[in-house]
Design a protein around this ligand. Sequence first.
Ligand SMILES: NC(=O)c1ccc[n+]([C@@H]2O[C@H](COP(=O)([O-])OP(=O)(O)OC[C@H]3O[C@@H](n4cnc5c(N)ncnc54)[C@H](O)[C@@H]3O)[C@@H](O)[C@H]2O)c1
Length: 321
Amino acid sequence: MRILVTGGAGFIGSHIVDALLARGDEPFVVDNLSSGRRENLPPQVPLFEADICDAAALERIFTEVRPQAVCHQAAQMSVSRSMREPVYDAEVNIIGLLRVLENAARVGARRVTFASSGGALYGDVYEPADENHACDPFSPYGLSKWVGEQYLRFYARERQIEAVALRYSNVYGPRQNPHGEAGVVAIFSTKMLAAEQVTIFGDGGIVRDYVAVGDVARANAAALDPAQKLAHGFVALNIGTGVATTVSELASTMRQLAGAFRQQRGQLEPVPEPFYGPPRAGDLRSSLIAPGQAAATLGWRPLISLKDGLRDTIAQFGSAR
Ligand SMILES: NC(=O)c1ccc[n+]([C@@H]2O[C@H](COP(=O)([O-])OP(=O)(O)OC[C@H]3O[C@@H](n4cnc5c(N)ncnc54)[C@H](O)[C@@H]3O)[C@@H](O)[C@H]2O)c1
């Protein structure tokens, strides 16, 4: 199947491209390379370097590729930038999405998956939230993801596009950008492998639901499979594990794994204990999502344990150094 992956040169998008290639699909990528990289993609995958807000470029690309399905990952994805620049956030995350959906409908693409967000939609939750949990977006980023889902519902009803919103929890894995404000696993991996001290904001009790990028890529591939019949034209599914991990627990497991990786390479300087700094304004105290509906709808379950996923991530960050 010909599938256009927006944001396909980024962290999650490039793993989706790998999963689609492995299944025998034909992925194409549109990406403005604002945070994505050509090197994330296998050389045979066509990359259109363009912005999803560029109406003329997007129209040309859709006309040339004529995708049968679209996987929409491109986004303004910084919560704090969305607080400072809500108009820019809406231009990329709402208007950009609309341009993608309009073009998908025009060329007859039958299915769209959309990278949504569990944490940004549900807010603070202490028990794993299912898809019926009230949505209470706390930032323009969360609002734009929520509005995006409503547009998907509209296109499913009015334009017969089957649409699947995948509400990711905290995604981690190889190729994640360690220089951003989020992506704690990428930041910790880079620092710990260099035996530098990491900073934990607050008391370390913040709870997150970490899902491996390989599992997220598999969820997208399953949602893009036309053999997966959807009961309704639109469905929103949580893509997480439901497993609670505090930042202190995460740091402790990663410190052991990074220390073992360094020792194997004869680097004997120990990885320092974390430094506990002041809490960061705006951080959710707890975010957890229940993945049961994705199992019932797509037969998808997370398969990669946190320890295995972290070991793999540290090994890949370590080899890239
Ligand atoms: N990483 C997470 O934990 C997480 C959690 C929930 C949702 N998401 C969503 O998943 C998607 C992918 O995120 P990621 O973590 O892979 O980030 P990423 O920054 O690695 O990927 C985003 C990609 O989109 C591209 N892009 C950004 N703006 C664009 C534009 N205007 N036009 C064309 N391309 C553009 C970037 O160059 C990059 O390659 C995003 O929609 C994000 O909101 C991520």
